[in-house]
Design a protein around this ligand. Structure first.
Ligand SMILES: [Mg+2]
Length: 328
């Protein structure tokens, strides 16, 4: 997609970048208390879960999804471009094992800490762990889909080598970049075109993934009522990338506000914090930080690498890209 420089506003770019980063954070912590719960269990306990609640962490705390997203965002804001070795360094520096990482990651981090090169460390995982953290690559390169795909693949391969994981990371990154691109121009999302664009980019990686994206088209034909039921019926919504990324994309596409998108994502059940994080990343990139409910933002943890830190990083990344685009 050719980017029209004269349409670029610094404020809008910043709003979308912060929206996507804080959207990841908010979705993660909204889903945190019910991670691993089924849809029915969430409904029995909360009706519709729409507020930040205490879980295994106090309300407003983020988990591995946001912690790793911060690592990638730090690389882009400090280095001005993606770099896998620097990303490994950030992942290691930020790593708090108690933040709910998947079991496999401990061995992986251990090996990275010993200095084993990342390309000898990654395993054949099909999990959603690369997609959950990828938002910054989607927004920082939104003007250049080739680089979005290239760096999505590279960043995924630090930990996940299975084509399903790679397809999920690419799909999620492309979704974020399209969301910025439409959001910044204030254009309503053309749902079918949006999905076609994602399918085009994952076709050479995993055809099964394309089939799962196609399911979203079928769901959208059912109309926009009963989204949670319709999406949950179609996708297992667990840690497998192919079952987690499409419901996040669907939760964004089938709703009309940031709040509805994320509420839909976390109430599907399953890997709720990650689906929440990914839905929030796409929705935040489209609607912007200004549309994230204030009552959610107020509760976000704000210690050393908390809310204000993430906002600062996103601003810095937005400024770098703004200057770059103005110059080009
Ligand atoms: Mg998590």
């Amino acid at each position: 997609m050719k980017w029209k420089h004269h349409l670029l506003s610094r404020e809008s770019l910043e709003d979308k970048f912060i929206g996507s980063a804080i959207g990841t954070f908010v979705g993660d912590t909204l889903g945190m208390p019910v991670e691993g719960w089924g849809r029915a269990a969430i409904e029995a306990r909360f009706g519709l879960l729409t507020t930040l609640e205490d879980g295994r962490f106090p309300r407003g705390y983020y988990t591995d999804d946001t912690e790793m997203m911060i690592g990638i965002l730090e690389v882009l804001a400090e280095n001005g471009d993606f770099d896998p070795n620097l990303t490994v360094k950030k992942f290691l520096e930020n790593f708090h094992p108690e933040r709910g990482y998947g079991g496999r990651i401990y061995v992986l981090m251990d090996r990275l800490r010993k200095g084993i090169p990342w390309h000898q460390v990654a395993t054949d995982s099909f999990g959603n762990g690369a997609a959950m953290r990828i938002a910054p690559i989607g927004f920082f390169y939104f003007h250049d889909i080739k680089n979005v795909k290239r760096y999505a693949i590279l960043s995924c391969k630090i930990t996940h080598l299975h084509p399903e994981a790679i397809a999920g990371a690419v799909a999620q990154a492309i979704a974020v970049s399209l969301a910025v691109s439409y959001g910044i121009r204030n254009i309503p999302i053309p749902r079918i075109e949006f999905l076609d664009r994602i399918m085009e980019e994952v076709l050479d990686i995993h055809t099964g993934f394309v089939q799962r994206i196609l399911e979203i088209k079928s769901i959208s034909k059912l109309g926009l009522r009963d989204n949670i039921q319709n999406i949950a019926r179609c996708f297992a919504c667990h840690v497998r990338s192919i079952e987690a990324v499409p419901p996040a994309i669907a939760s964004f596409l089938l709703t009309d506000t940031f709040k509805d998108a994320v509420v839909t994502g976390i109430n599907l059940g399953g890997d709720t914090d990650t689906i929440g994080a990914m839905t929030g990343a796409i929705a935040g990139a489209y609607y912007g930080y200004s549309q994230i409910p204030e009552e959610w933002i107020q509760v976000l943890e704000n210690a050393s690498k908390g809310r204000d830190y993430v906002i600062g990083l996103a601003k810095k990344a937005a400024e770098i890209l703004y200057r770059r685009l103005k110059k080009s």
